[in-house]
Ligand binder design. Structure first.
Ligand SMILES: [Zn+2]
Length: 247
């Protein structure tokens, strides 16, 4: 490992260490409550680490298109400043735009004991998200668990029919690469839909890039732009036709 890589890794581990706490008989860390939340925790930790790393080097964080970094899904392309956990970073950016909470504020929640609870409230305040936070976190954790298996070299097993996957806390679900891909799309689609249904048309038309940039597949791009274009065309009708009564 180069000195620079070591430094970035150190900031990542340091952030974990600061954000870890013992609750009753289990460990919690940032958004992780002992069951779900590691997907967002790794994204937020890496984001924080890269901000610290850039600060210490006097450089700026650089967003870049990164095709081929989502394990098992070479066609997915995150747009991310991160050098690891790029997809997790994208979901955090979508969450930020979808909820209207600045990314720095989301990252800061990772340091708070009640950070996960606060995030839940911010998420469920939207009518379409009511009561859905735990399902959202569970979907993300399935994506995370399958990624863990890919890192461990179990990719071959995940190519075929769904496998029974047992998570760290003992919860089980049926998963394979195809299901993981569908979950990634589901999560991104729902965050984009929340942005569309909870903002004014003018705001959507001038800020759609806040969502578009962080959608990771061409299909999601296309569907989102169709919705934006529809809103834009309702905003500015091409022709206004006035008809007079024929007598
Ligand atoms: Zn980590």
């Amino acid at each position: 490992m180069s000195y620079e890589d070591t430094k970035l890794y150190f900031f990542h581990e340091l952030t974990h260490a600061i954000q870890t706490r013992k609750v009753d008989n289990h460990e919690e860390c940032s958004f992780y409550n002992g069951k779900t939340g590691m997907f967002l925790t790794e994204g937020a930790t890496q984001f924080t680490a890269e901000i610290l790393y850039n600060l210490s080097n006097g450089t700026n964080i650089q967003y870049r298109q990164q095709p081929g970094v989502v394990r098992g899904h070479p066609e997915y392309a995150p747009y991310s400043p991160l050098s690891e956990y790029q997809l997790n970073g994208n979901i955090l950016m979508l969450l930020s735009s979808s909820l209207g909470v600045p990314i720095n504020q989301l990252l800061a929640l990772g340091y708070r004991k009640d950070g996960r609870e606060q995030l839940k409230q911010m998420y469920e305040v939207f009518p379409g998200n009511k009561g859905k936070f735990e399902e959202f976190m569970f979907d993300l954790e399935k994506i995370y668990s399958i990624d863990k298996l890919l890192i461990a070299g179990k990719g071959d097993l995940l190519q075929g029919s769904p496998q029974n996957i047992i998570m760290q806390d003992g919860q089980q679900f049926a998963g394979n690469l195809q299901i993981q891909g569908e979950l990634i799309e589901k999560v991104e689609r729902e965050l984009a839909a929340n942005f569309i249904s909870n903002n004014e048309p003018e705001y959507i038309v001038s800020n759609y890039n806040r969502i578009l940039n962080f959608l990771t597949t061409p299909k999601l791009h296309q569907n989102f732009m169709n919705a934006v274009n529809e809103i834009a065309s309702m905003q500015n009708p091409i022709n206004e036709i006035y008809s007079t009564q024929v007598r």
